[in-house]
Write a protein that binds this ligand. Structure first.
Ligand SMILES: C[S@@+](CC[C@H](N)C(=O)[O-])C[C@H]1O[C@@H](n2cnc3c(N)ncnc32)[C@H](O)[C@@H]1O
Length: 291
């Protein structure tokens, strides 16, 4: 089983207000891209969206689909910054979909649906998907050797949704080295079990193998250090809001019986260490549909 709707919602449905306290103002929940010009989290998130839209060769007249669109941060960029006249988004989280609807973004249509059940009425000019693929394979499926077939099913399905030769701006978290200490292993396992149940970050080589039947890799760039900076900034903003978070969500217990504060403090601190120590990384790819 891929992550179920219930499992996906554990990661995103505590409260939109909760995530708004420590993400950037548009609520990207994925790695930003920092450079000399883009040093604040807000700027660096726009930079990430710009790179992926450029990878997708998006123009204002492109019909674009964002697969796993979260609270709509990237769709907002497409509609407002790139002036894309029509874009679509799908998410599996109902709270995210409520937020998407409330934003009333011009030219944006969204659905709360599993990508497997989505049947687009038109072919797309461009695709974007930002760190959604890590929900598709469970640790058990990976152990059974099913990771590459599941990722291949995803890439092949997406290829049927686009016009011949369309481009795809793709981003994924990656699984790299295994931590050495019991505590580090436990922290990573806690993140997978409690914060994002049912999912597993792919290995780069699995993605490269899986996409090749239907997509040509035109460009590939890893973003490990950028994700380290992004998660450090999330942690900083989270800690700044300690009082408010404890007041509002202090009584809410998560699946392990712990509070939201304790769990998110542990999760975000683990993320910072994961990118610093090469346990995790991130990749952006420009893919072109093989017609
Ligand atoms: C880490 S969030 C990233 C959100 C957004 N792309 C961003 O950059 O902030 C992963 C997203 O993938 C969505 N998702 C996970 N599994 C999905 C599936 N099977 N079908 C559609 N969306 C899915 C989740 O609902 C969530 O919106």
């Amino acid at each position: 089983m891929t992550s179920t709707r219930e499992e996906v919602e554990v990661g995103y449905d505590i409260s939109n207000e909760f995530f708004r306290l420590w993400l950037d103002e548009r609520m990207h929940y994925t790695s930003a891209v920092f450079d000399e010009k883009n040093t604040t989290l807000e700027q660096a998130q726009v930079n990430k969206s710009r790179i992926l839209a450029d990878f997708g060769e998006v123009t204002p007249d492109s019909l674009v689909l964002d697969i796993g669109c979260g609270w709509g941060a990237n769709l907002e960029y497409l509609a407002l910054d790139r002036k894309v006249k029509r874009s679509h988004g799908i998410t599996l989280s109902r709270a995210q979909h409520d937020e998407l609807t409330a934003r009333k973004l011009p030219g944006v249509t969204t659905w709360c649906v599993d990508y497997k059940d989505y049947a687009p009425a038109e072919k797309y000019d461009a695709l974007v998907s930002i760190e959604m693929i890590d929900h598709l394979v469970s640790p058990k499926q990976q152990q059974e050797g099913l990771a590459v077939p599941i990722y291949r099913e995803y890439f092949n399905k997406l290829a049927t949704w686009v016009k011949p030769g369309a481009c795809f701006g793709f981003q994924a978290i990656l699984r790299n080295r295994v931590p050495r200490t019991r505590k580090d292993l436990e922290d990573l396992k806690f993140t997978a079990d409690v914060i994002f149940p049912g999912g597993l970050n792919p290995r780069l080589e699995e993605l490269v193998t899986a996409c090749g039947q239907s997509w040509e890799i035109i460009e590939l760039k890893t973003r490990r250090e950028d994700y380290g900076k992004t998660t450090a900034e999330w942690l900083r903003r989270f800690r700044l809001n300690e009082k408010k978070i404890k007041e509002k969500w202090g009584a809410l217990k998560m699946s392990d019986g712990e509070t939201v504060w304790n769990n998110y403090e542990r999760y975000l601190s683990t993320c910072v260490r994961a990118f610093a120590n090469h346990w995790s990384s991130d990749v952006q790819m420009k893919l072109r549909h093989i017609a």
